[in-house]
Design a protein around this ligand. Sequence first.
Ligand code: FES
Length: 278
Amino acid sequence: MTVREPGERRTEATVLLLFGLTGACGLGLLVVYALGGQPQVEGVLLFGALGGLGAGIVLWGQRLMPTRVHIEPREPVGGGPEAVAGLQEPLAEEAGFSRRRLLILGLGGALASLAAALAIPVFSLGPAPGRSLFVTAWRAGRRLAPEGGPPVRADEVPIGSVLTVFPDGDDSDPNAATLLIHVGDRPGQAPTPDQFLAFSKICTHAGCPVGLYREQDHVLICPCHQSEFDVLHGAQPLSGPAVRPLPPLPFRLEADGTFTALGDFPEPVGPSFWDMKL
Ligand code: FES
């Protein structure tokens, strides 16, 4: 029969206490999160949970695991009825609430509450974006208009200027921000009746608004990291960290001088993301 020394009993109780601390801190984390969360309190509770678990396991391994080497002479094999009866007591102890079982139960409880607490970030995830990263508010038939204003007319955009436009009457979608550019006569090309181009205003590098236009060579410049886009060649990147062109907005110039979108951008606007399909 295993005889526990007083020192071992104390260590055992300490380990159970530490596992209990982990469990209590884990449950506390859940409660604090459910009540609205408080980062400092959550940090302290997480420290208590992980610290209790670590200290308990270390104490268990160092003080309660057998470390001595036992060498016993081999006894003759076999035994009479007395020897068999003598086995009953240790077996009964093993079948009962042994130290090992108690500690394992304590560890299991601590891990369960800690796992529940660590699941908190899952609840903090927002709704899946779905198709929202692939579409904007632009639809066929929507007029191009400055924020909060009426549809813009061609004669209101002087040659060499840029105007930020949204779908008429709906400027709630920031991804719909579009640069309408009056490029004037294109070098090397015959003048066209409509010398306007429109591209997404969201930089394809990190999503900053592209707001600078260098009229002399028709280059759009992102102020964040100085990516440059060649307006006359599909807003292809010329330099800087951006590698994708700014998506163009298809539109037509109406007889009354306003512009009407022919649909949404043909590809997602803004920075590339991991599952972007072009
Ligand atoms: S966000 Fe435009 S260059 Fe970085």
